[in-house]
Design a protein around this ligand. Sequence first.
Ligand SMILES: Cc1cc2nc3c(=O)[nH]c(=O)nc-3n(C[C@H](O)[C@H](O)[C@H](O)COP(=O)(O)OP(=O)(O)OC[C@H]3O[C@@H](n4cnc5c(N)ncnc54)[C@H](O)[C@@H]3O)c2cc1C
Length: 417
Amino acid sequence: MKRYSFLELAKNAFSAHQNWGRQWRAPEPKAEYDVVIVGAGGHGLATAYYLAREHGIRNVAVIEKGWLGGGNTGRNTTIVRSNYLWEESAALYNHAIGLWQNLSQELNYNVMYSARGVMMLAHTIHDVQVSQRHIHANRLAGVQNEWLTPEQARDYCPPLNISKNIRYPVMGAALQRVGGTARHDAVAWGYARGADALGVDIIQNCAVTGIRRSQDGSVEGVETAKGFIKAGKVGVVAAGHSSVVMEMAGVRLPLESFPLQALVSEPVKPAFPCVVMSNTIHAYISQSDKGELVIGAGTDQFISYSQTGGIHISNHTIDAICELFPHFRRMRMLRNWGGIVDTTPDRSPILSKTPVPGLYVNCGWGTGGFKATPGSGHVFAHTIARDEPHPINAPFTIDRFRTGRLIDEAAAAAVAH
Ligand SMILES: Cc1cc2nc3c(=O)[nH]c(=O)nc-3n(C[C@H](O)[C@H](O)[C@H](O)COP(=O)(O)OP(=O)(O)OC[C@H]3O[C@@H](n4cnc5c(N)ncnc54)[C@H](O)[C@@H]3O)c2cc1C
């Protein structure tokens, strides 16, 4: 793989950037692989990358029905943080934060991780109490989080309206300084390039249509638009379509799929220095490096596979944002879109072996899986390679919905981006 460097950039400038090589190959699928990953989102590509890099398993294919990164990875609002409530979650998301810090160097690809701080607002006495409990729980689990008064919050984010005469006055905020954003496409592309260089085949425009099981019940391979592909192990990482794909192997998952929407404004000069979220009024906002304000909310109310969603959700979100940030009232919105998120009853992911030998699943990230991409891929690769969970994902089994050992992050997940 050609390493990107200042020297390469300068050399290519002399040929008008016409001679950069392809970032990854476009191979035809082989008849057989050691591992097939279904879904080339960030999590699937990261899994393939770590399988090859950390476990030496390079005979791997990632099969994608569309284009890589075209699912939720390319649709999300890129917020990264680890201030979840329970220790199990804190360990998982903090593992990811650790990997984010050095990811650009590791992949030799600028994923634009920017630790600009994520501030979560409190608008009522109840919010204040819950946020402070959250901060204490985080600190006990070694997760960075701190309390700000309204004035400190405004100093951190000058456009914030802390007047007491609005419907939802700001009574304080929890700030995680290591939280922030990363560039979603670059994360998918960086992992794709890294995995490809290690020998992983990424097969795009090739839907998986079936999962074949042998007589003893174990996985034999996948049926695809390009024919049958034999595989010793299959990892399903299909986000909003996880239940559909797992049904192909006869496994029912406790998942519901909802549209989740986001929108961006016209681009403006740097005006918004951090990420601000409000669970109470269901809205959050940051500014992309292109200058667009990136705005989102909670999920639509009805399960659906439509990637559009109801317009009233966007209207409600804009109302809330304009109230908190009156400066933005005159801005025009450029575009909005939706993605299909897969939510579990406890709003925590499933990263697990399944009752089918050789079949593994990574799903249930709901509205908040982008931030976990490196950590999720890292521990899922371990689970597939060793046929046993990494200690970090050991609690995130399917079985917890039978045993009752839930990891309830529903409060964190109101708008858990
Ligand atoms: C609007 C929106 C905003 C969000 N904001 C945030 C945020 O700010 N922070 C955050 O942490 N998270 C956020 N999320 C959630 C986050 O995007 C997801 O949790 C995460 O990207 C999931 O990554 P993935 O790789 O598992 O899924 P995806 O990127 O969706 O990849 C799954 C892939 O599987 C493919 N696939 C499905 N079925 C098949 C099949 N039969 N055969 C082959 N391929 C198949 C799909 O085409 C897709 O490319 C947001 C989501 C949305 C929709």
